[in-house]
Design a protein. Structure first.
Length: 100
């Protein structure tokens, strides 16, 4: 996945990898990051609005594979995508993942 090169925080790899597409100015993105942090989840993320040029284009192309509406935040948990701030859905999906 191309966005590997643009993450700003390292997390676990593999089938249950957690990755957040976010905007630096988005309150819901900040709330989701805070939720993940409070739960002690290891995750990777990228602030798409801070990328430029080819990096930004490649990252958006990857985001569109998971969320055609290109809205934020978009959280990937393994093969699953959660669009928007959905605390209960995030907790439910994380509970199904191996301990992080």
């Amino acid at each position: 996945m191309v966005y590997n090169a643009f993450m700003t925080n390292a997390g676990d790899a593999g089938n249950n990898r957690i990755f957040l597409f976010a905007l630096s100015t988005c309150i819901w993105c900040k709330k989701l990051k805070a939720l993940l942090d409070s739960l002690g989840v290891k995750y990777e993320f990228v602030f798409v609005d801070l990328l430029e040029g080819a990096k930004r284009e490649e990252t958006i192309k990857e985001l569109l594979k998971h969320n055609p509406s290109k809205s934020f935040p978009t959280l990937l948990v393994g093969p699953h995508a959660i669009v928007g701030y959905q605390e209960n859905k995030v907790k439910e999906l994380l509970a199904k993942c191996p301990k992080r």
